[in-house]
Design a protein around this ligand. Structure first.
Ligand code: ZN
Length: 91
């Protein structure tokens, strides 16, 4: 929407998210993605859906990414989970 303040848009963000969770996304792009999601409600909703589909949090533990980045994403996913009404994680 306001591309002047963001380097990537939602469609790109959603493309990158899978690689981000995989840990195969280059650090600079991962940071852009992270930065975008922080302030983007639609992408938060998308992550909720994504998580329900592929259990991103679990794959995250197997992924190789900087601990700081991983911690932030886990926090992010947890925060998103509070609002999730489609949990498919039986525990
Ligand atoms: Zn977005």
């Amino acid at each position: 929407m306001d591309e002047s303040s963001q380097d990537i848009g939602c469609p790109e963000c959603m493309d990158l998210l899978a690689d981000y969770v995989d840990g195969s996304l280059p650090k600079d792009k991962a940071e852009l993605l992270e930065w975008h999601i922080e302030g983007c409600a639609p992408c938060v909703a998308f992550v909720n859906t994504y998580k329900g589909t592929v259990d991103a949090a679990r794959r995250l533990r197997e992924a190789t990414m900087p601990p700081e980045l991983r911690r932030k994403l886990i926090e992010f996913l947890k925060r998103s989970d509070l609002r999730s009404d489609l949990r498919r994680d039986p525990r």
